[in-house]
Write a protein that binds this ligand. Structure first.
Ligand SMILES: NC(=O)c1ccc[n+]([C@@H]2O[C@H](COP(=O)([O-])OP(=O)(O)OC[C@H]3O[C@@H](n4cnc5c(N)ncnc54)[C@H](O)[C@@H]3O)[C@@H](O)[C@H]2O)c1
Length: 394
């Protein structure tokens, strides 16, 4: 395994600055790289501000923010900055040609042991590394936002990733601190869309799009639909979708439509909101008018009579089936990892705990749902409906 001491974080935006912060807190020397000085400076200032806040709270374990920041240097020239680093973590914008280019620049100019770990959410790790000259030293390292607070990191093995690269990345990720509890590192054994956490939650969005269209057809207000969650979701579906951004939700569905199944075709309501530019809080309006803030929306939902369109049991059934697909495709070798990753990445329990007892009833729920919605993707797969997944705990 590579002995990692010097780390280069590429892209000083939202994710890159968080990744650099936790790498510094773990004691690594970090070079922060972006394309313009102003971007690097902004990222650096954000990290410094975060460190000072932690110092003021006495959360830096005796060292000062200045002691830590001294280990952080800045650059806008990847080719020269990478000369003496052991690990590059890439968090540049989500564009394949740029990711491939920076991967190749890393391999062309870095030491012969350097590892390139990409934080892509939606791109193939294998494709990013393919033409780099060293695809065996490329892997995925998928963080959750905000990086210092979200416990989960998924480490992904591309088709060409060597065991040594994968093990080094797992070891490195495990050393990064988390400000909210114990880090959880999920090994992702195959390079498939959505990895583990996002993949398991992806088909739930098909169900929610169906629920949005159903409420729309019946002239039911959004707060009544959200009341179906019974206060048991941190954010009910319409609030959550607004919050994520209608456009982001629309793009996510199109991505899974291309990579997993045509059943991910976005629903009518989402398509219309996206076309109108009603994208959520960032445009002032989505499902809801956000001008009075989130609290007033949540108040309305609390008072609304449930619409009776969607239920949490069905959401768990959908997740159990997708979790079984993750096992079936060899992305994970056991369901405990999947449940633990969901808790660490989403702050929500995975489906296997309750699924152990309910899989037969849930298989029926899914067959009914496939009939009702015309979405074959909901049909329970053999591994789920047979209960055979129970043998794959670890
Ligand atoms: N935002 C999230 O919640 C989230 C979660 C997980 C993964 N991701 C992934 O992380 C990556 C970064 O996302 P973000 O939200 O931090 O984006 P961001 O827009 O905040 O930051 C991207 C940064 O990359 C820089 N950049 C662009 N081209 C570059 C290049 N050639 N070399 C160096 N820097 C370059 C930009 O100037 C910008 O500062 C994306 O791949 C995204 O899919 C994002």
């Amino acid at each position: 395994m590579v002995d990692v001491k010097n780390v280069l974080v590429l892209g000083a935006g939202l994710m890159g600055s968080g990744i650099a912060q936790v790498s510094l807190m773990a004691g690594y020397n970090v070079i922060l790289v972006d394309i313009k000085d102003e971007f690097v400076d902004r990222g650096y200032a954000k990290i410094e501000e975060g460190m000072k806040k932690l110092e003021a709270k006495g959360a830096l374990g005796g060292v000062t923010a200045a002691d830590i920041m001294v280990k952080c240097t800045k650059s806008i020239d990847l080719a020269s900055a990478v000369k003496n680093v052991d690990m590059v973590i890439e968090a540049v914008i989500e564009k394949m040609d740029i990711k491939k280019q920076v991967c190749k620049t890393t391999m062309d100019n870095g030491p012969s042991h350097v590892i390139f770990a990409t934080n892509t959410s939606t791109m193939s790790i294998t494709e990013i590394g393919k033409d780099s000259g060293a695809p065996d030293r490329v892997c995925g390292m998928h963080f959750f936002n905000p990086v210092p607070l979200m416990r989960c990191i998924e480490v992904i093995k591309g088709a060409n990733t060597s065991d040594d690269t994968f093990n080094t990345a797992m070891d490195f990720a495990g050393k990064l601190p988390c400000l909210r509890g114990q880090r959880y590192i999920a090994p992702v054994l195959k390079d498939r869309p959505g990895f583990i956490v996002n993949r398991m939650n992806a088909p739930v969005i098909i169900y929610l799009h169906w629920a949005f269209d159903e409420a729309d057809k019946r002239g039911i207000q959004w707060e009544r639909l959200d009341a179906d969650a019974g206060g048991k979701m941190p954010m009910p579906p319409c609030v959550l979708t607004d919050f994520t951004g209608i456009d982001t939700n629309f793009h996510i569905m199109n991505y899974y439509k291309e990579t997993l199944s045509p059943d991910f075709e976005p629903g009518k309501v989402i398509k219309e909101l996206n076309e109108k530019g009603d994208l959520g809080p960032k445009t002032g309006k989505g499902f809801y008018d956000w001008s009075q803030g989130r609290d007033s929306i949540m108040e309305k939902i609390k008072k609304a009579e449930p619409a009776g369109i969607f239920d949490l049991n069905t959401i768990f059934a959908i997740m159990l089936n997708e979790g079984c697909r993750i096992l079936d495709e060899g992305i994970s070798s056991g369901f405990k990892v999947i449940d633990d990753a969901n808790m660490a990445g989403m702050n929500a329990p995975g489906p296997f705990g309750a699924g152990k007892k309910n899989y037969e009833a849930w298989a029926k729920v899914l067959n009914d749902l496939a009939d009702k919605t015309g979405k074959e993707y909901f049909r329970p797969i053999d591994l789920m409906k047979s209960g055979e997944f129970l043998k794959m705990r670890k």
